[in-house]
Design a protein around this ligand. Structure first.
Ligand code: ATP
Ligand code: MN
Length: 477
């Protein structure tokens, strides 16, 4: 039986078997209390083993980290702290664990230390809760879109297109790097490469998702994306998962409505289905924050914050309005921003995003209509010829969680933008053809899956919400 099920059962003396990993064993000469966890729940089951029933040598092998199978009776617990416990009749040690060497001692370890033990960190309460929530969110994403009639589209991981034109890409090749084929001009001859052209790992599935949307109506991708940006921040990974819906006939307002409904749905799903894990993480965050200076603490606890986001409309304002608010803000006037806001054209840094979300509006903020110069080529140009139909959703503590836009569906305007931004039209001939053959209004956005998990779990470093993080200088495990 899974421990989750056992904990929900009544202890009537029924015979059961449980398997799992030992968190702790304590007790006396006469009796041992074993906390056993199998990952099905944040809670462990207490196993009671009377010394008289067990060989001393066997009991010695039941150490923190060992794996055991227990047969026994499920009974109402005499102790406080748990409703039921297993009165063991036989125990088999499936895998011993040298207690001196086992890295996860029954005490608090730092997240940095546990990152180095990523192969074992699933066995801690914090990480088991985080990864159960990651699963729940993953499931919620598919359920949300399926219920709305979207089709999940698998876009390629290896591609010739660099969607953003940002150039932060990982190249894919099977050429011998020690002995590269050269053409007459002395440049690398990519026609000799595996795919006959230069290829890279995808930075976004959007361009391909648009092709799907312009036939299937509503699609979404959910796959890994790769960015070789050398930014060692707590919010960036080199390999992360992105959800990208794309909707035909939707304009920017409908796009924002979809994004807001989607985020709220995912959070609500976790509250309904993972209450134990969230309660644990709520208490964990409270404890962590109590160590911070008062002014650095969050105003709300984790659960309170999640509820707050579900219950409130996101604040929507244009980039111009945001710049006005920021220019006239106290920190800007007092020169407290590292990047002062002067006016139109300034890119919003995370300090500005945090000011708007955490100080000014105190809720998620959607900023629209950014200057064309700081956004991608495919966003729809506004009448003013200066701004595009972009939207970014900013979340408390996370900053940007979603980036999206209404797409430029007018062939001539799209071509003109590509020219201006030096994007190769020949390479994207297939993208341009959708504007030639039956083009229409359409919109979409990209949600960084790990940023959503950070928000829901209260984890402050993105490395702690993906099983095996890939970051500059690190691809272990
Ligand atoms: P940022 O300004 O935070 O670097 P971005 O503008 O590069 O984000 P987009 O290209 O719009 O982001 O990607 C869509 C979403 O993917 C972002 O809103 C964010 O949630 C997520 N994202 C972007 N880069 C990363 C990364 N390196 N690691 C994890 N998530 C990311
Ligand atoms: Mn980025």
């Amino acid at each position: 039986m899974k421990i989750k099920e056992i904990l929900e059962s009544e202890g009537k003396g029924q015979k059961i078997n449980a398997k799992g990993w030992v968190r702790t064993r304590r007790g006396s000469k006469h009796v041992s209390f074993i906390a056993l966890n199998d990952g099905s729940s944040i809670n462990s089951i207490q196993v009671v083993a009377e010394a008289s029933d067990f060989d001393e040598e066997l009991v010695k092998k039941i150490t923190t980290g060992s794996c055991i199978s227990v047969n026994g009776k499920l009974v109402a617990s005499k102790g406080s702290g748990q409703a039921v416990e297993i009165l063991a009749s036989s125990i088999e040690v499936l895998g011993t664990s040298d207690s001196e060497e086992y890295p996860l001692q029954p005490k608090k370890h730092s997240l940095e230390f546990l990152r180095e033990k990523a192969h074992l960190r699933f066995r801690t309460n914090t990480f088991s809760a985080v990864f159960r929530l990651r699963h729940a969110l993953n499931f919620a994403v598919h359920k949300f879109f399926n219920d709305k009639g979207f089709y999940n589209l698998h876009t390629p991981i290896i591609t010739g297109a660099d969607a953003e034109g940002a150039g932060e890409i990982f190249q894919v090749t099977n050429l011998d790097l020690e002995n590269l084929p050269k053409n007459e001009e002395g440049k690398i001859d990519f026609s000799a490469d595996f795919f006959g052209s230069k290829t890279n790992l995808t930075v976004s599935g959007q361009l391909e998702a648009e092709l799907g949307a312009l036939a299937l109506g509503q699609v979404y991708t959910f796959g890994p994306t790769f960015r070789a940006e050398n930014s060692n921040t707590s919010r960036h990974l080199s390999e992360f998962w992105m959800i990208e819906p794309e909707v035909a006939f939707a304009d920017l307002n409908e796009n924002m409505d979809l994004a807001e409904e989607f985020l709220k749905y995912c959070i609500q799903y976790c509250i309904e289905n993972n209450a134990d894990d969230l309660q644990f993480l709520d208490a964990r965050m409270e404890e962590e924050e109590s160590k911070l200076r008062k002014e650095d603490r969050s105003e709300m606890g984790l659960l309170e914050r999640l509820q707050f986001v579900i219950e409130n409309n996101f604040e929507r304002l244009t980039y111009r309005e945001a710049i006005d608010v920021l220019r006239n803000s106290k920190p800007n006037k007092k020169n407290k921003f590292q990047y002062p806001i002067n006016g139109f054209g300034d890119d919003l840094q995370s300090e500005h995003e945090r000011y708007l979300v955490e100080k000014k509006y105190k809720k998620p903020v959607i900023i629209t209509d950014y200057p064309k110069g700081i956004k991608a080529f495919y966003m729809r140009m506004n009448e003013d010829n200066e701004t595009v139909r972009a939207m970014d959703i900013l979340f408390p503590t996370i900053g940007e969680i979603i980036g999206g836009s209404q797409r430029e569906e007018r062939l001539e305007k799209l071509k003109a933008r590509m020219e201006e931004m030096d994007i190769c039209q020949k390479e994207l001939w297939w993208y341009l053809e959708t504007r030639k053959f039956g083009t229409c209004t359409h919109s979409g956005f990209g949600l960084g899956f790990e940023r959503l998990i950070m928000f829901v779990t209260g984890m402050k470093n993105i490395r702690d919400v993906i099983p095996f993080p890939r970051t500059p200088q690190n691809a272990e495990f």
